[in-house]
Ligand binder design. Structure first.
Ligand code: C5P
Length: 478
């Protein structure tokens, strides 16, 4: 088998991570296979099976994809990566590297601002291609005019897309190479914005966003969390994995190929955030769930082409793009919204649902009595949404629950899996190793329990954890 044929197999499987997951090996093993141009014998059967499940024909003896025309699925995957000037520009290097793991050819374009943060040489070294910076460079114009550069791409990916770059693109300016390309290209454009939260929320940026969206520019992110500038909010560049997944998805759409993710077109229900249970007209019982994990899962599913219904309790963060948000307050509202969203292919219940609600809620506000006696609240158990979905007549094919525990993580989560009837549990401690609460934090570490097997995942951002979970879900649907 030639290296190129193995690359085509990896692409057909959905990328290196998918092969890693399928074979239970790490990234260096895949690099070794590529260097040798061969898979180990034990990999042949699972690879053939996974490829057939994805609709490919493969000769099990030679492990060559049947139709050479179709095998060459990577032939027209060229991304023009426009790097804007922001502190997140360094992450564009990681995006460039990971895109090539999927056999995408990357050519870099850097704005003047981007060059303040990373050098064209770094990007050229990673892409093995010349990085273009200057609109008026005669050499570049002679070798490859900017129009040709813009037209030869299958996708123009702008990462990070700064507020300034978005504004210039929205107004059709062409005062440097990056904006000229954005004006001249006929390829789809995907932007990954990154900026200070106040700049993102500013009506001018939101206006530019809507104008660009109106011209079919696609967006991935921005994510919520701590910013390099010390502030917190929405404006962080999405994680490289999420940007790469979104880019691959749009490359597939542009080439008229069935989207490479097996999640494309599937319907996913995600619950997120807390529920809020009224005590009287003004008071309520709630919890500290921020919705960051559930929202990140919804975003990761959407970036792989799934149709996502996000049923969320009240949170301070905005819903990710391309998901249908159903805002709810109580657990019973959340259950009704989930049932109304059925049928679905998968459900991920990440919400922190209140176990109890107050019964006999009075009209108006409970008043203090003169005798100093506090009111007695009587509680009733709330419906278990996860269990309901897992035992529903229209049960989604994959039902995933979360378990936040204070102790005995593994055993408690295993018992929960059985009790709730779900397929997988993502179990995490309520506080991290330093005793910092996971609720509201940007990071999480977890154990994924799938039946009798469990995988420990190290501490990572909630966005990265969402991406990892969705990659596992993808493999399940492959
Ligand atoms: O029982 P516990 O609350 O620990 O279970 C956690 C899991 O069950 C989470 O996935 C949560 O979203 C879900 N859950 C639910 N409805 C409830 C309670 C929990 O869907 N009433």
């Amino acid at each position: 088998m030639k290296n190129r044929e193995l690359s085509a197999i990896i692409t057909a499987l959905g990328g290196r991570q998918a092969l890693q997951d399928l074979l239970g090996v790490g990234p260096s093993a895949i690099s070794n296979y590529l260097a040798r141009g061969a898979l180990p014998q034990r990999a042949h059967a699972p690879v053939c099976e996974a490829l057939r499940a994805r609709g490919w024909q493969i000769d099990p003896g030679s492990l060559v994809l049947a139709d050479p025309e179709e095998t060459d699925i990577t032939a027209r995957r060229r991304v023009l990566l426009v790097v804007g000037g922001g502190i997140a520009a360094y992450k564009a290097l990681e995006v460039a590297r990971r895109l090539q793991d999927h056999d995408v050819t990357v050519t870099g374009v850097m704005t003047r601002g981007a060059r303040e943060f990373v050098t064209p040489l770094s990007l050229s070294a990673l892409t093995a291609n010349k990085t273009f910076t200057d609109l008026f460079s005669l050499t570049d114009e002679a070798e490859m005019g900017h129009i040709r550069l813009a037209r030869e791409a299958d996708l123009v990916l702008v990462a990070p897309a700064t507020a300034n770059l978005m504004a210039r693109a929205a107004n059709g300016l062409a005062d440097d190479l990056a904006t000229t390309i954005l004006l001249a290209t006929d390829a789809p454009v995907l932007m990954a914005p990154a900026m200070n939260p106040a700049m993102w929320a500013h009506p001018a940026t939101q206006d530019n966003l809507n104008r660009l969206r109106g011209r079919d520019v696609q967006f991935v992110g921005p994510a919520a969390g701590d910013m390099a500038c010390g502030e917190e909010g929405t404006g962080r560049l999405s994680e490289p994995d999420a940007i790469v997944s979104a880019a691959l998805h749009h490359l597939d759409l542009a080439a008229g190929r069935p989207a490479s993710s097996p999640l494309a077109g599937r319907h996913a229900i995600v619950t997120s955030g807390p529920t809020v249970e009224p005590i009287d007209a003004v008071r309520f019982i709630a919890n500290r769930s921020s919705g960051k994990q559930g929202h990140a899962i919804a975003a990761a599913l959407a970036s792989r082409g799934a149709r996502v219904t996000l049923v969320s309790g009240p949170v301070a963060i905005p819903a990710p793009q391309d998901v249908e948000l159903v805002p709810v307050e109580t657990a019973r509202d959340m259950l009704s919204a989930c049932e109304a969203a059925l049928p679905a292919d998968l459900a991920v219940c990440a919400a922190a649902v209140a176990d109890w609600r107050v019964t006999g809620i009075p009209e108006g506000k409970i008043k203090k009595t003169g005798d100093g006696q506090p009111p007695i609240l009587s509680l009733a158990e709330n419906p278990d949404i996860l269990r309901h979905l897992a035992t529903h007549a229209s049960r989604p094919r994959l039902v995933v629950g979360f378990a936040a525990e204070a102790a005995d993580l593994q055993e408690t989560a295993m018992a929960k899996l059985a009790r709730k009837g779900c397929d997988w549990i993502v179990a995490n401690m309520i506080s991290d190793a330093d005793g910092k609460p996971v609720f509201g934090s940007d990071d999480n570490s977890a154990t994924l329990i799938t039946g009798n097997e469990s995988e420990m995942w190290p501490q990572m951002s909630k966005v990265a954890l969402a991406d990892r979970l969705v990659t596992r879900i993808e493999a399940q649907f492959a």
